[in-house]
Design a protein around this ligand. Structure first.
Ligand code: AMP
Length: 216
């Protein structure tokens, strides 16, 4: 199963990706997570990406494409992979198609998580992340007992710089302008499957697995 997950910020791509990756026994490759890990470790890649990420802009394709190309050469992809957060524009989609064509391992499907803008703003502005274990909480929908600490590991919770309201607005604009066109691209390729991403996390996972069962 070689999958791309696409949808606006706050659609729940990261959450669904974890469940789907475990269901299909494939690695979850999140470009946002790779950038954040690099940022945390203070690598050159992290330093290059930081300004773009803090502003809610896309990191330049030259940087992102090389990072993905490199990740796709690792030897843990025999069952496939789930890409989350890549591609984010048509140029990246074309690069991905070329990388996979070289290896004769084309995508199986592109799953679009559809959710409306008002819901996205609610979800993202209330999102808090554990600095220690990375678990994602929500100030209203998934509260820890102590609003400042992770229930699981007692780590400190923080708000991602790009989950602040002014940055969310910019990320949504960037999504509409740059990422939404890949939906038409993949529809034309006959790869697009769209599901609604509202409701409980488990309902959405079930919807996704049902929709994807037509692919295998
Ligand atoms: P995410 O966690 O997927 O929302 O990504 C967080 C941030 O990382 C984005 O707002 C971008 O700044 C950067 N990023 C992640 N994936 C990409 C990509 N495919 N192309 C460019 N920038 C990206």
């Amino acid at each position: 199963m070689r999958l791309v997950l696409v949808g606006p910020p706050g659609a729940g791509k990261g959450t669904q990706a974890q469940f789907l990756a475990s269901h299909y026994s494939i690695p979850h490759i999140s470009t946002g997570d790779i950038f954040r890990a690099n940022l945390k470790d203070g690598t050159a890649l992290g330093i290059q990406a930081k300004g773009f990420m803090d502003r809610g802009e896309l990191v330049p394709d030259s940087v992102t494409n090389e990072m993905v190309r490199d990740r796709l050469t690792k030897d843990d992809l025999s069952n496939g992979f789930l890409l989350d957060g890549f591609p984010r524009n048509v140029a990246q989609a074309e690069v991905l198609r070329a990388i996979l064509a070289e290896r004769k391992t084309p995508l199986s499907a592109v799953l679009e998580l559809a959710v409306d803008t008002a819901e996205i703003i609610l979800r993202l502005s209330g999102r808090r992340v554990c600095r220690n274990c990375g678990k994602v909480w929500h100030v209203e929908f998934d509260k820890p007992a102590d609003p400042t600490k992770c229930d699981i590991c007692q780590g400190e919770l923080y708000q991602r710089e790009d989950d602040k309201e002014e940055v969310i607005t910019r990320r949504l604009e960037v999504y509409q302008e740059q990422t939404a066109p890949i939906i038409a691209f993949y529809r034309t390729e006959g790869l697009l499957i769209t599901i609604s991403a509202t409701g409980s996390v488990s309902d959405i996972t079930e919807r996704a697995i049902t929709a994807l069962s037509r692919v295998q």
